[in-house]
Design a protein around this ligand. Structure first.
Ligand code: BG6
Length: 510
């Protein structure tokens, strides 16, 4: 495995700990090695030492010395400039040597953990230096990190640059949301159970909500974030992955192509917003100072590397429609933001209310709709709310929850979220990766919004305080439709007939 950008943040926080977790779980072959490539002038020895220090800081579990020792002995380092053709000639030599020493048989995974301007540079050099050539059954694959383009045109251009060097079957466009167990579980939940699919459609579902809220601000990534903003950073990739898995038709098999074929249909069916509709179906926000987790935090405009008059959105909420027979008329509301009240990612399926309330002549005049909440993080699990009779002589109803917590059943395994993805690349299974057309379809949807927002800069930024749930316009987006965002931190569903400890004593017999 060759990691371009091996001295960078992603490699030390996620990739090396993930590879270690795979080693620890005995999921790596004995013929395995890592070759780190970066501009930093380290020797292999120094790289190993730094990796060992980083592991102490970033490992998701106590580091087992035997497993780490096994792995670190298989780590090599090459210093150089990604733009320099000589680097790739040297890499070829290193790979030949590693192949002899570690018996890797010519298989090679190139992981591009580099900043996006280097994607085409590295790819083009890999092609020109012959490193992509698959000889004698050996495979060569590339993993490309996000952001994959910054709009439709740049994504098409990047796909083109990649396809000049790698076949589509050699290309793994990573979206780390697909590495999350709970995201993968969406497929299992829907298609390994018989009882949900029949109600998973417009006849029974009122609407769907997706919330991806972060407590963190922009941290030290202001430089990148200023050029991206919440829409580009989260929607065409992570959130659309969640939506495709929640909305797709059952694939004919779990093979990559079948799954991708269904995902792309969802993306293509998302109704394009006209400029007029962008104005009232898309909300943007930027955080001002506030309190998060009991700590005072600065406004976005006061974060490092951020312009003092920045117009970059740190929050976005959209109301989208999917034009398919299954979903016509069912709104998909999505929102994501930084510096929200709490870190939480969840998908909520809100079902329709029963067609009529049968409990006449009782205090019950309405019932809560059933709600299925799929918690992606941090408390991974699924819960279904339904109405139950509150014990007692009078008819009163209360909403209750049926809860499944991952950790109760399966314990928790140390994971960075990258283990499955790296493993799948090595096994040659692209199911959890994005195909070229999926990336482009995602950008095609958000492009209309980007265009309108560019033409009409926001006049009210900052418009939400850090530590809240975003700007008031996001609430209006749903109020207009007679709906509201589910409070993501509420564990039991809200019900107008809240249970009371003691039911009233009847005054007369009826
Ligand atoms: C990244 C974004 O892709 O995902 C970040 O660039 C964001 O801005 C992160 O913070 C969120 O990932 P997670 O796994 O913490 O939800």
């Amino acid at each position: 495995m060759v990691i371009f950008g091996a001295a960078g943040d992603l490699a030390k926080r996620m990739l090396i700990p993930a590879i270690y977790n795979l080693a620890q779980s005995k999921l790596l072959p004995s013929q395995f090695a890592v070759v780190g490539v970066s501009i930093e002038p380290y020797s292999t020895e120094q790289f190993r030492e730094r990796a060992t220090q980083n592991m102490r800081e970033f490992s998701t579990s106590p580091v087992d010395q035997d497993s780490w020792g096994w792995l670190v002995d298989r780590m090599y380092y090459l210093s150089g400039d990604f733009r320099d053709a000589n680097l790739y000639a040297k890499l070829k030599g290193t790979l030949d040597q590693v192949q002899k020493d570690e018996g890797t048989e010519g298989n090679c995974l190139f992981y591009l953990a580099v900043s996006p301007e280097f994607f085409p540079v590295v790819i083009q050099h890999l092609g020109a230096s012959g490193l992509v050539q698959e000889d004698n059954h050996a495979w060569r694959r590339a993993v490309i990190e996000k952001p994959f383009g910054r709009d439709l045109a740049s994504a098409i251009a990047l796909n083109h640059a990649v396809s000049e060097v790698f076949q589509e079957t050699q290309t793994y466009r990573i979206d780390h949301y697909l590495g999350k167990e709970t995201v993968q579980n969406l497929l299992a939940f829907r298609f390994a159970n018989g009882i949900f699919e029949p109600v998973w459609n417009r006849r029974y579902v009122d609407h769907v909500q997706v919330t991806v809220a972060e407590e963190l601000g922009v941290e030290l990534r202001g430089g990148y974030y200023e050029t991206a903003g919440a829409l580009r950073d989260m929607v065409p990739n992570h959130i659309f992955q969640l939506i495709t898995l929640a909305a797709m038709e059952p694939p004919i098999s779990f093979e990559a192509q079948s799954v991708h074929d269904e995902q792309i249909k969802v993306l293509r069916a998302i109704q394009q917003l006209s400029p007029e509709r962008v104005l009232d179906h898309a909300v943007r926000g930027q955080y001002s100072e506030g309190t998060v987790g009991g700590k005072h935090v600065p406004a976005y405009r006061n974060e490092p590397h951020v312009a003092p008059d920045s117009q970059t959105p740190t929050y976005v909420a959209l109301s989208l429609q999917i034009d398919s027979w299954r979903w016509a008329g069912v709104p998909f509301y999505l929102r994501t933001g930084k510096r929200m009240a709490k870190r939480i990612t969840q998908v909520v399926i809100r079902f329709r209310r029963p067609p009529l309330v049968l409990f006449r002549k009782t205090p019950v005049d309405s019932v809560s709709p059933n709600e299925l909440v799929i918690n992606i993080q941090p408390d991974e699990g699924i819960s279904l709310s339904f109405e139950a009779k509150i014990p007692g002589p009078t008819v009163r109803l209360g909403a209750v929850n049926m809860d499944f917590q991952y950790s109760d059943y399966f314990g928790s395994t140390p994971s960075t979220g990258y283990e499955t993805l790296i493993y799948d690349c090595m096994m040659g299974d692209p199911t959890l990766f994005q195909r070229a057309d999926m990336v482009e379809a995602g950008w095609a949807v958000v492009e209309a919004i980007l265009d309108v927002w560019k033409a009409l800069p926001p006049r009210d930024f900052p418009n939400y305080a850090a530590g809240t749930w975003g700007p008031p316009q996001a609430d209006e987006l749903l109020h207009r439709d007679g709906r509201e965002w589910r409070d993501p931190v509420r564990s039991a569903p809200h019900h107008p007939q809240a249970p009371v400890a003691h039911p009233p004593v009847p005054t007369s017999k009826s």
